[in-house]
Design a protein around this ligand. Structure first.
Ligand code: NDP
Ligand code: PMR
Length: 398
């Protein structure tokens, strides 16, 4: 059975929004900025949710089944190549932000979207439901919780002969109520394994394809989040992201002879998610440092806003799912619709003004994009280098 407990503190809550829309590069989202090491207490209500469950959370140990994508590419004449449609892979395009982005790009007629999804029947159904024109998308199987599936996907994509212009690492799982860790096929804690390690291998394997592309702008976009950034209010809601000295990551996050958490601590699903987002943002920057100059590829991350209605919160307790959207809409004012968030990510994919590399994009209340500041940890080059080096070993690249 399932027992729900929810505690909402009673302190009055008000957030001061920034008046104008000229949020500077130094301002955190919503103008709420917290000193990096500030041990400040917040007078905000604390929403703590715990779920005690006897449900057996299933381990993603299924072997990947992969379908080859139907390819109907026509090679454009060399002179016209830069005028062709862009080809963009979006992971987790079967729901939420990924689906909304696929819809926005699909409708523009300028993109062919490869929807890289673990459930391709669902992906096909969702593509039809939101009305993406048939000729503008292809569904391909990808289960990020299996490195074998990631390799299979990369092979399948390569053999399709389709050029790759933009890769969007969007898929994620969030397991805030899990009492015990679950693991990927290779035995990594599921949140970091899926959100970070799966995408890390995927982007490394597809880098060669991106290099070969002759498209006007080649990009790798890794979706980050405000909750991994401890220089914001949202990033200071416990449990806070913290990768520590990476001892758990070095120990393979297997929960057997090492901790399932990157910092080596006790399992905490919400923290594991936030840690995975820090890894996503660090990976983007390390990619930028190592490859931007040589390849011309733009590497970017973003916080699309709080899309409180997506499937990300599917594992959260029902009262949270009920209260979270109105809380974000009326109290923090950080809420964005899936449609609006999809347009934001679509901008990072295709907008000619968002070509700068190494940037973490955010949007102000008037939906104008700006270069946001990452927390100290999420912008630490030494940590980025270490996470990169350890991750390389874990996914079998080094
Ligand atoms: P959703 O749950 O709606 O979408 C996540 C997608 O990831 C789903 O399509 C899901 O597939 C897919 N996915 C999960 N596990 C795997 C896997 N093993 N292999 C392949 N695909 C997988 O959540 P959101 O749209 O909210 O999340 C999208 C991104 O946005 C994430 O990176 C999240 O961290 C980020 N984000 C979200 C915010 C929010 O407020 N919602 C705020 C900031 C960032 P399926 O459809 O089969 O379930
Ligand atoms: Mg948070 C400006 C205030 C703000 C913003 C933009 C978010 C975004 N949140 C804010 C504030 C608060 N949140 C406050 C004051 C509280 C205490 C009541 C609070 C609580 C809270 C919880 C319990 N918030 C959450 C949770 C989640 O489980 C979500 C999470 O952390 O997932 C990792 C979440 C989020 N708040 C956000 C965003 C964007 C999330 C979704 C997390 C993400 O995708 O990174």
């Amino acid at each position: 059975g399932t027992l729900h407990q929810i505690h909402i503190g009673s302190a009055a809550f008000a957030l001061q929004k920034e008046g104008g829309h000229s949020a500077s590069a130094n301002s955190a989202f919503l103008g709420v900025s917290v000193a990096e090491h500030g041990k400040r207490e917040f007078g905000f209500p604390v929403l703590r949710a715990k779920k005690v469950t006897s449900r057996n959370t299933n381990v993603a140990r299924l072997r990947a089944q992969t379908v080859a994508a139907p390819v109907e590419t026509k090679e454009a004449p060399a002179s016209k190549k830069t005028d062709r449609k862009g080809n963009v892979i979006i992971t987790g395009a079967s729901s939420g932000l990924g689906l909304a982005t696929a819809k926005a790009l699909g409708e523009s007629g300028e993109w062919h979207i490869i929807m890289a999804c673990r459930d391709f029947v669902k992906a096909e159904r969702m593509a039809r439901t939101v009305g993406i024109p048939k000729e503008n998308y292809t569904v391909m199987h990808l289960d990020l919780a299996s490195l074998e599936s990631v390799r299979q996907f990369a092979d399948n994509f390569k053999s399709s002969g389709r050029p790759l212009d933009v890769l969007v690492c969007n898929a994620a799982v969030y397991l805030p109520t899990a009492k015990v860790p679950t693991f990927t096929a290779e035995g990594f804690e599921l949140s970091v394994g899926t959100n970070h390690l799966g995408h890390f291998l995927l982007s490394r394997l597809l880098l060669e394809d991106l290099k070969k592309s002759d498209f006007k702008s080649k990009r790798v976009i890794i979706v980050g989040s405000i909750t991994g950034n401890t220089n914001t209010l949202a990033g200071n809601i416990p449990p806070k992201a913290n990768l520590g000295d990476l001892r758990g990551l070095s120990g393979r996050l297997n929960g057997v002879n090492s901790s399932p958490m990157i910092d080596g601590g006790e399992f905490d699903g919400a923290k594991a998610y936030k840690d995975s987002k820090v890894c996503n943002m660090l990976t983007m920057q390390e990619f930028h440092r190592q490859y931007h100059e040589e390849t011309g590829i733009t590497f970017a991350s973003l916080y699309p806003g709080c899309i409180a209605t997506t499937g990300l919160f599917r594992e959260h307790i029902p009262p949270f799912r009920l209260l979270f959207p109105p809380f974000q809409k009326y109290i923090t004012k950080g809420f964005v619709s899936e449609e609006e968030a999809g347009k934001r990510l679509a901008q990072v994919v295709s907008d000619t003004s968002l070509t700068k590399s190494g940037v973490y994009w955010s949007w102000n209340n008037d939906s104008a994009s700006f270069e946001n500041q990452l927390s100290e940890e999420a912008s630490d080059p030494e940590k980025a280098r270490k996470v990169w080096a350890i991750s390389e070993k874990l996914v079998g690249l080094a």
